[in-house]
Every structure is written in structure tokens, then in C-alpha cells.
Design a protein. Structure first.
Lengths: 115, 115
């Protein structure tokens, strides 16, 4: 079984400041890890994913995340926040191998960007 | 290239009525997942289907809920005799068949309100 914990249900930053959204996971097998973004009343859009290979993953809109196996973490960062980054962010995990790719999500972190 | 389509986008039902939610996956995708998002919570997996087969329904409530993905046409999530607790956003996601990139593409969701 797998689970995801997102520390901080609400993060507030100033425009231009560093964005750091935390995600820790537990998984019985090597995980696949994802970050999704959700704007109000919309579906989820994939920001980035880690499956295998390089542990530092770059995604869209300037976001990146680093898979740290020893810390069971996959934190999302962006050097400089924009107003348009205000949204809810979800970390998710699925199990590698097999053929069932169902995602287990964290509860989400609402990012507010202040001018 | 059309994305995942869901309809209706908003659905209002009175207690005891039936709700039918439709999902058309992306072209070429044969795997469909349904997730439910309750207020203040992340997304929870409900069911995973391939054409004409239910692969994993471990997240489906035991009663009143059913899902199908026929050979032709959209996937349907059916909720019989709805109750107020069924009010939520229901998201469908699709992915390529085996050998794909493990990425799920989400639709815009159906927001069900039970009055």
C-alpha cells in the first residue's frame, strides 16, 4: 500500500519569493511520483513526474522536484513565484511494476501568492 | 487533439434520484480511472477500467455505485439513490495502454450536488 503526506494545507508566499511545497510518501515498492496543479473549478494538470533515472525532475512553468529516496520525499520548488502560480497542488504516488497505475493523492496544498 | 471530456460539468440531483456521469478518454487511450474529490480532501481513487473490464474497484462504495467502460462509447459512473454525502467533484482520467508513460490525463470533472 502507498500513502502521501503533504505538509501544510496552505502556503503563502510573496511574488518573486521561493516556492517550496512538501511531499513525503510511503511505498512498499519503488514509487512513481507526480505533482499536479488544480486551478479553481478545473481538472488536474500534470506539472512533473518521476519514474526512473535522474532524481531532479523539471516540469512546466518553472517548477522542479527532487526525489530523495533516503528521506522518502518529493518536494516541489520554484525559484520565483508568479501571481499565476496561485492554485492547489497535489502530490501523488503510484506503484511501479504491474499494470495498475492508480494514483494515491495527498490532501493538497493551497498556494497563495501575494503581490 | 481533444483531451479527456466529461459531461455534464455540473449535475444537480435530489435525494433518491440517479446520477450518470460520462467520460470520454483521450483518443487512443484504453485505460480509464475515476476519482472523487470531497470538500477539503484530496482525490480518492474509485475504480480503474479497461475496455469492457473492471480491473480494480477497491475504492468504490459497496452499494449504489457502479461503473462501466463499454466497447463503444464513453465510460459511465452511475450512482443510484443519491444521498447528500455523494455531493462531490468526480474526475475521470485516461492513460495509454500497457507500455505507456504512466501519466494520467484528467478531465475537467463533474460537480455533483445533491439537494
Amino acid at each position: 500500500a502507498q500513502s502521501v503526506t503533504q505538509l501544510g494545507s496552505h502556503v503563502s508566499v510573496s511574488e518573486g519569493a521561493l516556492v517550496l511545497l512538501r511531499c513525503n510518501y510511503s511505498s512498499s515498492v519503488p514509487p512513481y511520483l507526480f505533482w499536479y496543479v488544480q486551478y479553481p473549478n478545473q481538472g488536474l494538470q500534470l506539472l512533473l513526474k518521476y519514474t526512473t533515472g535522474a532524481t531532479l525532475v523539471k516540469g512546466i512553468n518553472g517548477f522542479e522536484a527532487e526525489f530523495k529516496k533516503s528521506e522518502t520525499s518529493f518536494h516541489l520548488t520554484k525559484p520565483s513565484a508568479h501571481m499565476s502560480d496561485a492554485a492547489e497542488y497535489f502530490c501523488a504516488v503510484s506503484l511501479s511494476g504491474g499494470s495498475n497505475y492508480k494514483l494515491t493523492f495527498g490532501k493538497g496544498t493551497l498556494l497563495t501568492v501575494n503581490p | 487533439n481533444a483531451g479527456v471530456m466529461q459531461n455534464p460539468r455540473h449535475l444537480v440531483r435530489r435525494r433518491g434520484q440517479e446520477a450518470r456521469l460520462r467520460c470520454s478518454p483521450m483518443k487512443g487511450h484504453s485505460h480509464v480511472y475515476w476519482y472523487r474529490q470531497l470538500p477539503e480532501e484530496g482525490l480518492k481513487f474509485m475504480v480503474y477500467l479497461q475496455k469492457e473490464n473492471i480491473i480494480d474497484e477497491s475504492g468504490m462504495p459497496k452499494e449504489r455505485f457502479s461503473a462501466e467502460f463499454p466497447k463503444e462509447g464513453p465510460s459511465i459512473l452511475r450512482i443510484q439513490q443519491v444521498v447528500r454525502g455523494d455531493s462531490a467533484a468526480y474526475f475521470c482520467a485516461s492513460s495509454p495502454g500497457s507500455g505507456g508513460t504512466y501519466e494520467q490525463y484528467f478531465g475537467p470533472g463533474t460537480r455533483l450536488t445533491v439537494t
